[in-house]
Design a protein around this ligand. Sequence first.
Ligand SMILES: CCCCCCCCCCCCC/C=C/[C@@H](O)[C@H](CO)NC(=O)CCCCCCCCCCCCCCC
Ligand SMILES: Nc1ncnc2c1ncn2[C@@H]1O[C@H](COP(=O)(O)OP(=O)(O)OP(=O)(O)O)[C@@H](O)[C@H]1O
Ligand SMILES: [Ca+2]
Length: 572
Amino acid sequence: MESDHPPLPTVLCSVLSMKRQSCEVTLDPGRSLLSWRELRPRRGRDRSRPGICLTRMLHRARGLVNSCTPQFPSGGVTVPVAEIVSVGEAEIDEKYYNSMKWQHMCKPHAFTVRYVQRKRKHRWRCKEVTFWCSDEQLFYQWLQALHDILEQQTHRPKRLLVYINPYGGKKRGKQIYENKVAPLFSAAGICTDVIVTEYANHARDNLYEVNVEKYDGVVCVGGDGMFSEVLHGLIGRVQKDSDVDHNNPNAQLSRCNIRIGIIPAGSTDCVCYATIGINDPETSALHIILGDCQPLDVCSVHHKRTFLKYSVSLLGYGFYGDVLKYSEKNRWLGPARYDVSGFKTFLTHHCYEGSVSFQPAKWVLGSPRDQIICTSRCYICRQSSKQLEEQQKTQACGSEHRDQDDDWTTIKGKFMAINAVSMSCACPRSPKGLSPAAHLGDGSADLILVRKCSRLDFLRHLIRHTSNKDQFDFPFVEVYRVKNFQFTPKHFEDEDTESTDIGSIGKKNFPQICTDHPSCGCNHVNSIWNCDGETVDQTAIEMRVHCQLIKLFARGIENAKLEDDVNPSKVL
Ligand SMILES: CCCCCCCCCCCCC/C=C/[C@@H](O)[C@H](CO)NC(=O)CCCCCCCCCCCCCCC
Ligand SMILES: Nc1ncnc2c1ncn2[C@@H]1O[C@H](COP(=O)(O)OP(=O)(O)OP(=O)(O)O)[C@@H](O)[C@H]1O
Ligand SMILES: [Ca+2]
């Protein structure tokens, strides 16, 4: 009688040699697992001679073989196929060959499997294991089966466009790519077109010209500034190709389907750290090879009806704007420029007067102080984006995004810092980030307002970014989860007229006495906006979050507990 069910995938189970041990190696296509365990030699048998049983092949139907292939065989290793980097024929190592006393047999065949091994703190390494056997037919059967199963990983990139900034961070971008990344890409059979940038915005401009269709992803080697270039190039290109006017702050932007990979080689590497959990080039390369996909919110920044920039990490005015302003003058210091500038800015202790208006992100499930961290396959991101999509469908359709006008909140005051972050902004300087519970793809940003406070209080707030204590738990700090916001500085003159109006140039560039309270000591010029580490010229801006506008070769932060439970390459 014919069965209605599709045939069960065949389990391949053989005794192969690994170094000088005999191993039972199993490929279970049904469960997408490759596992191996050492076979203990029977008493009285010579350990160095696996003997005739070496070529024993257990080639059984799935159900029959299950009993001999537990998921984590004792003393064995199990690797999900999704975490195999590559499989290839291996060179015969003469040393082993001679010591195996196989001279009387035909020359053995070997294949190497490279796979991901998890280390501490989200670091990944590429480990390899080589299996040997003397039966040529069996060898080709294994090679074929492994290649076939890897072919089914269709989300993996085959062709990548790589931009390297040779001057980012400690100026090691090229070296990092050549030594740590290119060998892995080549082992995984990925073809690359590599462009070493020759000037700022080279990558951005190139993305407007290049045939992006022929690539499965774009990789940037550098820091947040280099990522920002690629982000602007890709988003800009997609909007141009789909006739979306990016100068319209309410335009419904078209999503970018081509994924971006980040090989960290910058000074802060915040986007990489916050989406992978570490700024480590090899770890990033492995996430790219496995074809990870992490959707990411993007904020658009406008001044009136003019597009200024996109931001994915920090859009900050006041403290972080000033840190950036001074650090740009000291680029020669490399990554240390931010610490020097941070110290200087801290001592200067400026506050800025203005008005912030925002609309809360009502549909989101989380809130900035709920301590629910965004992790891989984040439930909050999935639900929030679904809710947002439904909400947008019910609103009037069209190419414009329509916000209800009735729920604006306006806060006026003097601020040490105004920070809008659409992700945690975790980075090596602050491993939990500016807003630890912000989500990568929920369609919202956390708006953090740090009001005028004493220098000591501001230091206490800053120090909390380096510990597990709540940096929002101060009377002078407020945080809101928003879908958009607008800022107008108190000393705002229409910046459009500034280039021709001597009076207003003077107002912008020279100290202003706070007109309402001449004795309050609020004596300062306007700050600037720090947009993912790039300066923005205008101070009066509006920002809007675009839910999951782009995708990265990343998977978010793997939950430590989960990582432990399913750690695939765990030896029990
Ligand atoms: C006492 C130690 C307190 C340490 C507090 C550290 C808080 C660090 C928070 C970092 C948040 C980074 C957000 C990411 C922004 C990126 O889009 C952008 C582009 O790469 N990077 C920066 O703007 C670069 C921003 C770099 C900011 C560095 C701030 C350093 C502050 C130092 C204050 C020293 C006070 C010492 C008093 C004795
Ligand atoms: N060939 C080049 N010459 C000069 N500048 C370049 C070149 N290629 C890229 N850039 C610019 O260099 C700036 C900084 O680069 P990058 O982000 O890689 O390093 P970083 O600023 O040290 O790190 P981070 O942004 O993480 O703080 C970017 O704004 C980018 O536009
Ligand atoms: Ca977000």
